[in-house]
Design a protein around this ligand. Structure first.
Ligand code: PLP
Length: 466
């Protein structure tokens, strides 16, 4: 067949002819014969379906090459580490909060057999997450706590357990969508409760809530609008006032604070974030938040509050469907323990990154710029630059954290952005004012050397596209 081109489906090689190629030998060793055979068969079936009679059929070698590339991509891990140079600390697409070292070790421990639901003292059954729930309860000053898979699950469980078949009162200013298909009215509907909207988009007063309370009212729900902020002629009812009203009518109050800021913070960008502990202190029946936002832990949902309300959630038929996974419990336990020891800022990377001063970042940016600046091709420039970082994960997008990094001036910043993304290690930067910027707030000091190497390689390849 050498030299002759064959057209259409009839020109396609047989599966066995592809597998008999000498170059198939190492691939069989790498992927195993059954997997390679199946992938080749699939590839040929796809070609048979798409090749027209005038198309040149690919050779056996070509089919093998393409199949091997596909298999390598398929079998390789799709989740790879990246250097986050975006300045968005809780970057949802990059995994939100990076875990602390103790939390990472805890995940490794829980990966094998563990005491997940086993009591070593008695040899009997233990309860999953009871230790982490106890830590959460203590941290918040609540009577009890329960853990679920994520923040959305916490809300679904709370509303279903306390409100299914009855009415849930929510302010019109809080009927928000919080990214990735989380829409409050839809979650309430899915829980089996009926949503009763009160107030207007911009103003909801205590009287609006009290007028809506009736025999069918199961709970009052207050939701932090997170990524959405109202300015101007606005009014919302304080949680303490809602608690008072709930008590007067025997109606529980649930507060979804979203990001799990436990106590007051001196980080400017967190001003206005609801404080979970304050919410419990004001007497809410349940406070809800995520594990991987400002708490700095794994994906998880925390429900904390009164014995009665937590017990209803814990014993709901939905609790099992929404339960937390063992790797999450392990990481959450370590994260909560760090907060309880008051070690948050030293131990938890996200908390630490948010607390870095502009001065320390500026010093790091100056040395990185100096390191990168020598021996650069012609028009390329690297300068230390003042930047605006962001909290991320549903925190107000317009609230920024003053930051520092380096700006790289090149002819085509988008091309450099892509080169950095596709390099090893992958670096996720951004473009601002026509320059590529690397924000150091989200880069660990230990990552700086490999970051510098990656930028240098990307600049070299950019100047010399081979
Ligand atoms: C982020 C957020 C959620 C969803 O939490 P996930 O952990 O992402 O499921 C729910 N409510 C509020 C107010 C939030 O900010």
């Amino acid at each position: 067949m050498m030299g002759s081109t064959r057209l259409g489906r009839a020109g396609l090689p047989q599966v066995d002819a592809v597998l008999r190629l000498p170059s198939a030998e190492p691939l069989i060793g790498r992927f195993g014969r059954p997997a390679l055979r199946e992938a080749v068969r699939q590839r040929l079936a796809d070609l048979r379906a798409t090749l027209s009679e005038r198309d040149v059929a690919p050779t056996a070698e070509r089919v093998l090459e393409e199949t091997a590339g596909e298999l390598a991509r398929l079998l390789g891990a799709a989740i790879r580490p990246v250097i986050n140079a975006t300045g968005v600390v809780l970057h949802t697409n990059l995994g939100r909060a990076p875990l602390s070292e103790p939390a990472t070790r805890a995940v490794m421990t829980a990966a094998g057999y563990s005491t997940l639901e086993f009591d070593l003292a008695t040899g009997g059954r233990g309860s999953r997450g009871s230790h982490a729930a106890d830590l959460a309860r203590r941290l918040l000053g609540a009577e009890a706590a329960h853990l679920v898979n994520n923040g959305a699950a916490a809300l679904l469980l709370a509303v279903a357990a306390l409100g299914a078949g009855r009415e849930v009162i929510v302010s019109r200013g809080e009927l928000v969508e919080i990214g990735g298909s989380f829409r409050l009215p839809e979650i309430v509907a899915a829980s089996g409760a009926r949503l009763v909207e009160v107030g207007t988009t911009n103003r909801t007063r205590a009287a609006d809530y009290s007028a809506a309370i009736g025999p069918e009212t199961a709970l009052i729900l207050k939701v932090h609008p997170s990524n959405f902020r109202q300015v101007g002629f606005t009014e919302a009812t304080e949680i303490a006032e809602l608690v008072e009203m709930g008590r007067a009518h025997g109606v529980p109050v649930v507060h979804d604070v979203g990001s799990g800021l436990l106590g007051p913070s001196d980080i400017g960008a967190l001003e206005g974030e609801p404080i979970a502990r304050a919410s419990i202190a004001s007497g809410v029946d349940l406070v809800l938040f995520s594990g991987d936002k400002l708490l700095g832990g794994p994906q998880a949902g925390v429900l904390a509050g009164s014995f009665a309300a937590v017990e209803r959630c814990r014993t709901s038929p939905l609790a099992r469907a929404l339960r937390i996974d063992k790797l999450q419990v392990a990481a959450l336990e370590a994260t909560l323990a760090a907060h309880l020891r008051d070690a948050g800022p030293e131990e938890l990377p996200a908390v630490r990154m948010l607390g870095l001063t502009v001065d320390e970042l500026r010093i790091r940016a100056e040395s990185l710029a100096a390191l990168l600046g020598s021996g650069l091709p012609g028009s390329t420039g690297v300068t230390p630059t003042r930047l605006e970082a962001r909290v991320g994960a549903g925190s107000s997008p317009e609230v920024t954290v003053p930051s520092y990094g380096v700006a790289v001036t090149v002819d085509d910043p988008s091309r450099l952005l892509a080169r950095l993304r596709l390099g090893e290690p992958a670096v996720i930067a951004r473009i601002a004012d026509g320059r590529l910027v690397i924000d150091l707030r989200t880069v660990a000091v230990e990552e700086e050397e490999s970051l510098a190497g990656a930028v240098r390689r990307a600049l070299r390849d950019d100047a010399d596209p081979a």
